[in-house]
Design a protein around this ligand. Structure first.
Ligand SMILES: [Zn+2]
Length: 380
C-alpha cells in the first residue's frame, strides 16, 4: 500500500480511453488510522494519465470528518462555498496552491484504502439508461449502491454518505461499488488488485449485456459540403472560432434525420455539458435553400431558445461539427460528443437513453459559470 501504487493505478486507468477521457475521473489513497490519517486525493488541474505523486493533495482526514458535524447554510450557493472553504482548510501544511478534487468528500467517506472514480462510456450506458437501476441490481446483486441523479458537490456527498451508512447498517460490511446515475462509478478496495478486479468484472458483465456497439468506422474529416457548413458555423459565432468536422458510421446514423438524432440530443453527464454543451444543435437540411442561410437560421433559433451558442452542430446527412474558441476546445467538444454517441448506443441495451433532467442541467451550466469565475475549474 503506497502512494506509488496510487500513481500507478491512476495512470493505468487514466491512459485508457475506455475509462477516462478529457482528464475526467479521480483517485485517492488513505494512509494511517481509519478516522485520522491522511487522504491523498487527485488535485484539480491534473490528469490521471500522466499524474505524479505531486499531483495529489494531502488532506487531514480528521478535519474532513468534522465537515459532517458542521451545520451549513440552507442556501445552496452559500452552503457549497462554506463546504469548499472547509475542504480547503483540511489540506495538510505544505499543500498550499493545490486544490483537492471537488469529489474529495466522496473519496474520504468510502472506507477503503484505494478509491478510483471514473466515467466509462460502457458504465454510463447503464447509469444513463431508462432501466439502469433495475439492471444494476440484477447484474451486480446487492454489492452495489445506486445513487439517483444528484447535483454535484456537498449535495452528492451527502446522498452517498446516507446510502453508504444505510448499506453498512443493513449488510454489516461497506459497499465497494457505487453507481451514480448520469455520472459514473466509484470503486473502493484495500489493494489496487481489488480495484482492478471490481472494474474488470463490471466491464465484462456489461460488455456481455450490450446488444449493439457503436460503430465509428469509415471516419472522414470532410464530407459533401462540410467545409462550407463549417465556414457558415464559424461565421455564426461572431468571433474567432474553430470548427472541426467528423463523419463516421455512428455519426451518419445519428444525423440521418431529426428522429435519428434524438438519442444524442441532450446531456448525459456533467462532463458532457462542460465540454460539448447541454444542447447540441440539430440542423435539418432542405434542398434548394442556400446552405449558409439554413445554418444561420438554425443557429439563431437555437440561440434564442437556449441562450447559449452550441458547441456541437449535427447537420442532417453530413455529420458532427465541434465548435470552440480554439482547435483544442472544438476537438474536445467532438470527443465528448463521440462519448455521448457511445453512451446512447450502450443505453439501448438497458431500455434506451435517459438524459439529465432540465433542473440538473441548469445547475451544471450555472455551476460552471461560478467555478470559472472563482477559478476553480476542474474536470472530475
Ligand atoms: Zn465524476
Amino acid at each position: 500500500m503506497s502512494l506509488q501504487e496510487l500513481v500507478d493505478i491512476s495512470r493505468f486507468y487514466g491512459a485508457n480511453p475506455d475509462y477516462v477521457i478529457a482528464g475526467g475521473g479521480n483517485t485517492s489513497f488513505k494512509e494511517g488510522a481509519s478516522k485520522g490519517g491522511v487522504l491523498f486525493v487527485k488535485g484539480s488541474g491534473t490528469s490521471l494519465g500522466d499524474i505524479t505523486p505531486q499531483g495529489f493533495v494531502r488532506m487531514d482526514r480528521a478535519k474532513l470528518a468534522r465537515i459532517w458535524e458542521t451545520a451549513y447554510p440552507q442556501d445552496a450557493d452559500e452552503r457549497e462555498a462554506a463546504v469548499l472553504a472547509d475542504m480547503m482548510a483540511a489540506k495538510l501544511p505544505g499543500e498550499d496552491g493545490k486544490r483537492p478534487s471537488v469529489e474529495t468528500l466522496l473519496h474520504d467517506i468510502l472506507p477503503f484504502t484505494y478509491v478510483v472514480h471514473t466515467h466509462p462510456a460502457l458504465v454510463n450506458g447503464l447509469t444513463c439508461s431508462q432501466e439502469g437501476e433495475t439492471a444494476a441490481r440484477e447484474l451486480f446483486g446487492e454489492g452495489c449502491i445506486w445513487i439517483p441523479i444528484t447535483n454535484p458537490g456537498y449535495t452528492l456527498s451527502q446522498a452517498v454518505k446516507k446510502a453508504l451508512d444505510a448499506y453498512l447498517a443493513h449488510n454489516g460490511k461497506p459497499a465497494d461499488t457505487i453507481f451514480l446515475q448520469n455520472h459514473g462509478i466509484f470503486a473502493g478496495a484495500g489493494s489496487v488488485e481489488g480495484i482492478k478486479a471490481i472494474y474488470a468484472k463490471i466491464l465484462s458483465v456489461l460488455g456481455e449485456k450490450i446488444k449493439r456497439k457503436p460503430d465509428f468506422s469509415g471516419k472522414t474529416g470532410t464530407y459533401q459540403d462540410s467545409e462550407a457548413i463549417a465556414e457558415a458555423l464559424a461565421a455564426c459565432t461572431g468571433q474567432n472560432s474553430t470548427v472541426v468536422f467528423e463523419r463516421n458510421a455512428e455519426f451518419a446514423r445519428l444525423t440521418a434525420d431529426a428522429a435519428g438524432f434524438a438519442p444524442a440530443s441532450s446531456a448525459f453527464t456533467p462532463d458532457h455539458i462542460v465540454y460539448s454543451g447541454s444542447n447540441p444543435l440539430f440542423i435539418a437540411i432542405t434542398d434548394g435553400r442556400p446552405l449558409g442561410e439554413q445554418v444561420r437560421d438554425a443557429w439563431n433559433h437555437h440561440l434564442a431558445a437556449t441562450g447559449r451558442p452550441p458547441k456541437i452542430a449535427a447537420v442532417q446527412g453530413r455529420g458532427i461539427f465541434g465548435i470552440g474558441s480554439s482547435e483544442k476546445t472544438a476537438l474536445l467538444a467532438l470527443e465528448l460528443f463521440a462519448d455521448t454517441a457511445k453512451v446512447a448506443a450502450y443505453s439501448e441495451s438497458f431500455g434506451g437513453p435517459r438524459f439529465m433532467t432540465r433542473d440538473k442541467i441548469d445547475f451544471i451550466n450555472n455551476w460552471e459559470v461560478e467555478r470559472y469565475r472563482s477559478g476553480v475549474v476542474e474536470k472530475s
